[in-house]
Write a protein of this length. Structure first.
Length: 765
C-alpha cells in the first residue's frame, strides 16, 4: 500500500523528484568523472614508476666519478644509484629546432626508459638513439631513421632504435612555449660512448631510496664531502610534479562541483518534502490512528529521498566513468600528459561518497518529516490551522503604500516562504558563479596572450641560435637586426647563502641586454626597466622564499659550485619563465660566460635562417598560432561550465516557480475569480523569479574570480597566469541567467491558464 502511495506521490510531484534525481546524479557525475581521471592517472603512474625504477632523488654537480657513486650507494636507505650526463640539445631545423634533453649513460638501473616501440635501451649501443615517442609521432619518425641532435657544440647523428618514455617527462614543454607542443620538445637517451671522451662528464647521480630522498641530504653531503650543487626530489622535476598538480586540481574540482549540486538538492528536498507532508497531514493522521507506527510512517517518507537519491547516484557513477571520466582521460592522458595504460578508474571512495550523498538527502527529509509526526493523531486528522496573518518586514517600509499590487504581493510571499526564496537566490548565485568562471577562462587566455605577446615579447621575430654560435657571431646578427640577445639557464635559488634542500627552488635564469625588446613586467603587469646591479624575481618564487623588493636572493647554476648573491630590484611576473631575470653586464661581472640562445628583433629576420649558426627563425604570427592551438583545451572547460550552469539555473528556478505555483494555486484561482487575467497572474509568478534571479546574479558576480584564480594557481609554481574577467563577460553571464529565468517563467503560462477555479475553490471549503 505504501509503495503504491509513494509512486502516486512521485507522479504528483514529478518535477520536484526529477530535480532531486538530476541533482544527485549530476553531483555523482561530477565526482566520479573527475575521480575517474584522478584514480586512473594515479594507478597508471604507480605502475609506470615501478616498472621504470623511477628515481627518488637527483644529485646535481659536475665531474662525478665512480668513487662518488660508490659512496652514495653505501649510504643507508639508498637502494640504487647510477651516474648520468644530462645536457640540453637542439634538433635539426627541419624539426623546428626543438629542444631535446639528452641523457648519456653507461648503465640503465635507475629511471630506466619505458619502451613504447622498438628495442629496449642499450647503454652499450654507441650508434643508437632512443627518442621521446610523442616527439617522434608528431614528426612522423620511424625506427631505423637517422636523427641528429646538436649538443655541446657537437652534431651527433645516430640511428633511432626505439621510442621511449620516462616519468621525468610525463609532462613536457619547451622553454619558448606556454604549454605542451610536442613539435618543440623532446628527450633522447644515448650511450655515454656516443660522446667524445673529453665531453664525458657526469653531472648527475640519480638514486632510489627508502623513505624521503631529502631526508638523506646530510648523509649524502658527508659521503660526497659537500662536493655537489644541490639535491632534489621528485617535487623538483617539473615534468613529474606538473601532472601531480593537475590531478590534485581535478581531485578538488570533484568535491567542489559536487557540493554545489548537493547543496541545491538539499534545498529542493527540504522544500518539497515539507510541502508534501503538510498537504498529507490528514493522511498521516489517519494512518497513525489506524495503528501504523510513527516509525513506519517516517520510514515511508524517508524512502522517497533515499530511493531517488540512490538511483541518481547509480546513474551518476555510470555516466561519470563512461562520459566525463573517459573524455578527461582521453584529453589529459592522451594529449597533454604521457603515462602508459591510463584508463578511467573507480575505487571505494566513490561508493562512500555516494552513500554520503544518499545519507545527506535522506537526513534532509527526516528533518522535514519529524515535526508533523510529533502531532497527536486526533489533532493531525484535522486540517492545520491557518497561520496567523502577520505584517511582513517589508510593510514597515515608508513607501509601502505606494508600491504596486504585484510588488506588495510578491514581497509578502517571499517573507512567508523564506526557504523557497533562499533556494532561488542561492541556486542562481551558484549558476552565475559557474557561468562567470567558464566564460572568464576565455578572457584569461586572451588577457595572458596580450600580456605575453604584446607586452613582454616586444618584438616580431625570434631567431634561435645553435650551441656552436659564438658571441661575436650573435652580436653581429644583433647589430644588423637592431635586436637583443637573450640567454636562459636552469638555476637553483634560495633566501640564504647556506640553504637546505627544502629551502631551494629550481627555476630559470633569463639574461637580457636591457634593450626592452624582451621586457620584464612588475606585479601590476606594467613593464619596468631592470636596474644595473639588481635582478627581478618572479612573484610566486618570492612568496615561497619570503623575499621582497630590496632583499637578497641567492642563486647558482646547475653546474656551479658557489651561491651568488643578488639584490632584488623588483618583484616581477611572467606566465611561464619563473625565476630570475638579470642583465648581461651583471651576469658577466659575476664571472659567467654569456652564451646567447636567441636573438629577438622588430625587423624581418627571415633571411637569417640560412646562416650556419642559426637554428630557426620564428615570427610572432607563428608563435601566436602555436599558443592558440595549445589553448583549445579551454573550449572543453567552457562547454562544461556553461552546460552545468544552465542545468543548475533551470532546475532551481523551475523548482522555485513550481513550488510557488503549487503553494499559491488557490490564491491564483481566487485572483482569476476576481477578474485577473492569466497574463496578470503569470506576471505575479514571473516577477518573483526575476527578483530572485537579479539578487542571485548580484551575489554571484564577485564569486567567479576567486575560483578562477585558484584554478590558474593550481597549475604549480612554474606557471603564473593572472585571471581576468572582462566586464562584458559579467553582462553576458547575467543576461544569460535572466534569459533562462524568463523562459522558465513561460513554462507556467499554460498551467496558469488551465487552473480549474471551481475545483480549486471547492478544495478550500
Amino acid at each position: 500500500m505504501l509503495w503504491k502511495k509513494m509512486l502516486r506521490d512521485m507522479r504528483t510531484n514529478f518535477a520536484q523528484f526529477l530535480s532531486i534525481l538530476i541533482l544527485s546524479m549530476v553531483a555523482m557525475w561530477c565526482y566520479t568523472g573527475f575521480q575517474a581521471n584522478v584514480i586512473g592517472g594515479n594507478r597508471a603512474r604507480k605502475g609506470f614508476e615501478k616498472e621504470t625504477v623511477f628515481a627518488d632523488g637527483w644529485i646535481y654537480g659536475s665531474g662525478f666519478e665512480e668513487d662518488d657513486l660508490a659512496a652514495v650507494r653505501r649510504i643507508d636507505k639508498v637502494t640504487g644509484a647510477q651516474l648520468r650526463t644530462e645536457v640540453l640539445g637542439k634538433a635539426d631545423e627541419k624539426y623546428n629546432t626543438a629542444e631535446v634533453y639528452c641523457y648519456f649513460e653507461d648503465k640503465a638501473e635507475v629511471t630506466v626508459p619505458y619502451v613504447m616501440e622498438g628495442s629496449a635501451y642499450d647503454p652499450d649501443d654507441e650508434e643508437g638513439i632512443w627518442l621521446f615517442y610523442r616527439f617522434a609521432d608528431v614528426w612522423d619518425l620511424k625506427i631505423g631513421d637517422p636523427f641528429t641532435v646538436h649538443v655541446m657544440g657537437q652534431d651527433i647523428e645516430k640511428t633511432i632504435r626505439g621510442f621511449i618514455l620516462t616519468p621525468e617527462y610525463e609532462w613536457a614543454c619547451a622553454s619558448s612555449d606556454t604549454d605542451t607542443d610536442y613539435h618543440n620538445i623532446g628527450f633522447a637517451y644515448l650511450s655515454m660512448k656516443a660522446l667524445p671522451e673529453e665531453y664525458r662528464i657526469n653531472n648527475e647521480i640519480i638514486f632510489t631510496s627508502e623513505g624521503k630522498a631529502l631526508a638523506l641530504e646530510d648523509s649524502i653531503a658527508k659521503a660526497l664531502e659537500d662536493d655537489y650543487s644541490f639535491i632534489g626530489d621528485r617535487k623538483s622535476i617539473r615534468g613529474y610534479y606538473q601532472l601531480s598538480d593537475e590531478l590534485a586540481q581535478h581531485d578538488s574540482f570533484s568535491y567542489i562541483f559536487s557540493m554545489v549540486f548537493i547543496s541545491i538538492a538539499l534545498l529542493v528536498i527540504v522544500t518539497t518534502m515539507k510541502r508534501m507532508i503538510a498537504q498529507q497531514r490528514t493522511q498521516i493522521g489517519t494512518l497513525n490512528a489506524l495503528g501504523m507506527k510513527k516509525r513506519k510512517i517516517l520510514s515511508h517518507y524517508l524512502s522517497y529521498s533515499f530511493i531517488i537519491s540512490a538511483l541518481g547516484c547509480v546513474l551518476g557513477v555510470v555516466l561519470g566513468i563512461n562520459t566525463l571520466g573517459a573524455l578527461m582521460v582521453e584529453m589529459f592522458g592522451g594529449e597533454y600528459y604521457s603515462v602508459p595504460d591510463w584508463r578511467p578508474g573507480f575505487d571505494y571512495k566513490s561508493i562512500v561518497f555516494a552513500a554520503v550523498i544518499v545519507l545527506i538527502c535522506t537526513s534532509a527529509s527526516y528533518f522535514s518529516c519529524r515535526q508533523i509526526l510529533k502531532i497527536h493523531p486526533s489533532e493531525a486528522l484535522r486540517p492545520a490551522a491557518a497561520a496567523a496573518a502577520k505584517p511582513c518586514i517589508f510593510e514597515k517600509l515608508p513607501f509601502w503604500d505606494r508600491l504596486s499590487f504585484n510588488t506588495r504581493y510578491n514581497l509578502r510571499d517571499i517573507s512567508r516562504s523564506k526557504m523557497r526564496a533562499f533556494m532561488g537566490v542561492f541556486g542562481t548565485c551558484m549558476g552565475m558563479m559557474i557561468m562567470t568562471l567558464g566564460l572568464g577562462a576565455y578572457d584569461t587566455v586572451d588577457y595572458v596572450k596580450q600580456w605575453y605577446f604584446g607586452d613582454i615579447q616586444n618584438y616580431e621575430y625570434q631567431v634561435l641560435l645553435k650551441d656552436s654560435c659564438t658571441v661575436e657571431e650573435a652580436e653581429e646578427l644583433r647589430d644588423e637586426a637592431e635586436g637583443e640577445l637573450i640567454s636562459m639557464d636552469m638555476i637553483s635559488i634560495a633566501a640564504d647563502a647556506h640553504p637546505t634542500s627544502d629551502d631551494i627552488i629550481s627555476c630559470k635564469l633569463v639574461i637580457t641586454e636591457g634593450r626592452e625588446l624582451y621586457c620584464v613586467s612588475g606585479v601590476d603587469l606594467g613593464l619596468r626597466p631592470l636596474k644595473a646591479g639588481t635582478v627581478a624575481l618572479t612573484m610566486k618564487q618570492a612568496k615561497k622564499l619570503g623575499l621582497t623588493e630590496g632583499d637578497t636572493v641567492y642563486w647558482k647554476t646547475a653546474t656551479g659550485d658557489k651561491w651568488n648573491a643578488s639584490e632584488i630590484g623588483f618583484i616581477s611576473r611572467h606566465p611561464n619563465n619563473t625565476g630570475i631575470t638579470i642583465l648581461r653586464e651583471d651576469y658577466e661581472a659575476a664571472d659567467f660566460t654569456f652564451r646567447p640562445a636567441m636573438m629577438v628583433s622588430k625587423k624581418d629576420c627571415t633571411s637569417a635562417a640560412g646562416r650556419e649558426y642559426v637554428l630557426a627563425v620564428h615570427s610572432m604570427t607563428d608563435l601566436k598560432a602555436a599558443f592558440d592551438k595549445m589553448m583549445e583545451v579551454m573550449d572543453l572547460l567552457v562547454y562544461f561550465m556553461v552546460i552545468f550552469s544552465v542545468l543548475l539555473i533551470v532546475i532551481v528556478l523551475y523548482n522555485s516557480g513550481n513550488l510557488s505555483f503549487n503553494e499559491r494555486e488557490k490564491e491564483f484561482a481566487t485572483l482569476k475569480v476576481l477578474g485577473f487575467r492569466s497574463s496578470a497572474v503569470r506576471k505575479l509568478l514571473s516577477t518573483q523569479n526575476l527578483w530572485l534571479s537579479v539578487i542571485g546574479i548580484i551575489c554571484g558576480i564577485p564569486l567567479g574570480r576567486a575560483p578562477l584564480q585558484a584554478m590558474m594557481d593550481s597549475n604549480g609554481d612554474s606557471v603564473d597566469w593572472p585571471c581576468y574577467i572582462a566586464p562584458r563577460t559579467y553582462v553576458i553571464a547575467a543576461a544569460f541567467v535572466m534569459l533562462v529565468s524568463v523562459l522558465v517563467g513561460f513554462m507556467f503560462s499554460r498551467r496558469i491558464k488551465r487552473i480549474d477555479m471551481v475545483e480549486v475553490l471547492k478544495g478550500m471549503e
